[in-house]
Design a protein around this ligand. Structure first.
Ligand code: AQP
Length: 331
């Protein structure tokens, strides 16, 4: 343990405008750890370049992702908020862990298979070794707990395997992390294809609700959401569209599935979709307002990211000096 408290680490890629999947599956949960844990929340820009990015957009989204962290309730005084590329130890440990991660393990990662299929013209080595860098992000801070959506479970298990492998060769070096997957919102699905995850890089704009969408856009997207022909609001595996909307409605209203089924008993999908849209837009409104306020003061965001990087680098240095010594690098 590097600090008196247990350590939490998580990150989000500035690879697109953040979605309600990123919000409900990850960021919204981050602030619950601020009091009792030492928390590191990172904007993982090194990961984002595994897919080609427009430089000006990557820069803008890096600021925006940090501002969204803060707008979603992460107080910079209680959480270490920083940008991954500002702490070079991530890349250094990433390389080292590449040498302790097996080709076969990386080949089995479903995200690599999905993203290679989506980016067939740019299947680069970084896309393949993404999970070793993610392991480095986590292990660098001797992390105990990693709050993520369920799509990251396989990467997290790999991080645990790599930590255990390294520890077995060199003796106790890394804390073996646990995942924290919020079961309520672990996977928010696309509104257009409810069997696929809602993703910020989806090219179909109607499939994705962004945290910063206007109320009109949110309502319009929910109105178009794919459901089924049964016209009955009921949670069931064979009703993926309706079940996904119920999950989103539950997350924004706190109602249970039974309460939602009763509320829309005998009503059509039109009313239901409108209610989900209203609840989502109202839930996001304070985040949008706070985001606008924070983005108007870029200098403050820069102060936050600088202080965060300094603090993160302090903790990272401790781990790196241990790792270098164990491996046999000359000090
Ligand atoms: N649809 C989702 N439901 C629940 N959780 C989700 N997360 C992402 N999508 C959903 C969680 O958000 C965190 C940050 O994700 P990320 O930016 O590191 O990458 P990702 O998982 O690849 O997210 P996207 O939106 O699908 O990005 P792109 O399109 O760039 O690949 C993670 O904790 C993730 O679980």
């Amino acid at each position: 343990m590097l600090a008196d408290k247990k350590i939490v680490f998580s990150g989000v890629q500035p690879s697109g405008n953040l979605t309600i999947g990123n919000y409900l599956g990850a960021i919204k949960n981050f602030s619950r750890f601020s009091e009792d844990f030492k928390t590191f929340y990172c904007v993982v820009d090194l990961h984002a370049i595994t897919v080609r990015q427009v430089p000006a957009e990557l820069r803008r989204r890096t600021y925006e992702t940090l501002a969204l962290y803060m707008a979603c309730g992460l107080d910079e005084k209680k959480n270490t908020l920083f940008v991954q590329s500002h702490v070079p130890a991530h890349a250094e440990l990433g390389w080292i862990l590449d040498c302790y991660t097996m080709f076969g393990e990386l080949s089995r990662m479903t995200q690599f298979k999905d993203k290679s299929a989506k980016n067939a013209q740019n299947i680069n080595a970084g896309l393949f070794t993404y999970p070793s860098l993610m392991a480095a992000d986590i292990l660098l801070y001797q992390t105990d707990l990693v709050p993520v959506g369920i799509d990251q479970k396989q990467h997290l298990e790999l991080a645990r395997d790599v930590a255990m492998r390294f520890n077995q060769v060199y003796g106790d070096t890394f804390t073996v992390p646990e995942g924290y997957i919020s079961t309520d919102t672990m996977k928010i699905m696309s509104l257009a294809e409810p069997l696929s995850k809602m993703s910020k890089s989806d090219s179909n704009q109607n499939a994705v609700v962004y945290i910063l969408d206007s109320k009109d856009d949110v309502l319009r997207k929910f109105k178009k959401a794919v459901t089924d022909s049964e016209a009955c609001v009921r949670y069931s595996e064979d009703k993926p569209g309706v079940s996904n909307l119920m999950t989103i409605y539950r997350a924004f209203t706190g109602k249970t599935f039974e309460e939602i089924e009763r509320e829309f008993d005998g009503k059509g999908y039109g009313d239901f979709k409108m209610a989900v849209g209203e609840a989502c837009a109202d839930g996001l409104a304070p985040v949008r307002d706070e985001f606008a306020r924070l983005m108007a003061d870029k200098a403050h965001l820069e102060t936050v990211m600088k202080a965060g990087a300094d603090e993160a680098a302090y903790y990272a240095r401790k781990t790196m000096s241990k790792v270098r010594r164990k491996i046999g690098f000359v000090n």
